[in-house]
Design a protein around this ligand. Structure first.
Ligand SMILES: [Zn+2]
Length: 274
């Protein structure tokens, strides 16, 4: 009997550890709390369907915001004191609108990687942007066709800024706060990960998500402060030079990385689910 009790307790603790800790920064009704926690758990399910259970715990802070422009007008992560994500939410929007919004998948994927500073933003935002629609596919919010169409739309929108065609994505990172060219920066970074994903598949029979999974298992608690260090780690974990090579060939070159070929490949190769 005691053994059963201990087993039950271990089970409860494990489940409790895995769930995020909810922090209510403003007053929310019991119904709103239920809807908001379900929304985040749904997004997290997309991540665990891709990467398995997460090796870290995190806090989710909810702030009330009444702006009309969407269910989540603002969100950010904070890794200074453990892992935390802040969502500023407008609960006038329906649960369906929250589920269809890409913000939670995007922010939760930031939690898998260290804060690399503004100068490495192409890497941090690129990987979160590349993963956000995959997460929405993995929790059945969108089909794979819809996910890849979304990627295509984002790449087209990003390449519309012809203004920056004589500049690399890495150079753009240095002036993005003055120019506001965030769309081009985010999706230029995502293009890097798309191209690396295809190369991993062609050369190593691996996917980017396999490398991220190995990283989560071995190295997520190691401190790393630059995109360079992350690329070298990913090279080591994939037993390749794909990440540093792709860096020189794409985001270091002037203009927006060419995504056409890799995107056609991706359309036929959804990420395997666990
Ligand atoms: Zn982001």
């Amino acid at each position: 009997m005691l053994r059963i009790l201990v087993l039950i307790l271990v089970f409860i603790t494990t489940v409790a550890d895995a769930a995020p800790r909810w922090v209510w920064e403003d007053t929310f009704s019991a119904y709103e709390k239920q809807q908001l926690t379900q929304w985040i758990s749904h997004a997290e399910r997309g991540i665990t369907n891709l990467f398995g259970s997460l090796p870290y715990s995190y806090r989710v802070h909810f702030h009330r915001m009444t702006q009309k422009r969407g269910p989540v007008p603002w969100a950010n992560t904070d890794k200074r004191n453990g892992r935390a994500v802040h969502f500023h939410v407008n609960t006038a929007f329906s649960q369906g609108a929250f589920i269809k919004d890409w913000t939670a998948p995007h922010e939760l994927s930031h939690l898998m990687f260290p804060y690399l500073g503004r100068e490495n933003m192409w890497f941090s935002e690129g990987i979160a942007s590349y993963l956000q629609y995959q997460i929405m596919f993995a929790n059945n919010t969108v089909t794979w066709k819809q996910a890849t169409n979304k990627l295509q739309e984002r790449f087209s929108a990003a390449t519309r800024y012809k203004h920056y065609d004589d500049m690399s994505i890495v150079q753009l990172t240095k002036i993005v706060f003055e120019t506001g060219a965030f769309v081009r920066l985010y999706w230029g970074g995502a293009a890097y990960f798309l191209i690396a994903d295809k190369k991993l598949y062609d050369q190593k029979q691996l996917r980017l998500n396999d490398v991220i999974k190995i990283y989560l298992d071995c190295c997520v608690f190691q401190r790393r402060h630059s995109a360079q260090a992350m690329m070298e780690k990913f090279d080591e974990l994939s037993d390749s030079t794909i990440f540093t090579d792709t860096y020189s060939e794409t985001v270091m070159q002037d203009g927006f990385p060419a995504t056409h070929e890799a995107l056609s490949w991706l359309k036929h190769n959804p990420p395997p689910l666990r």
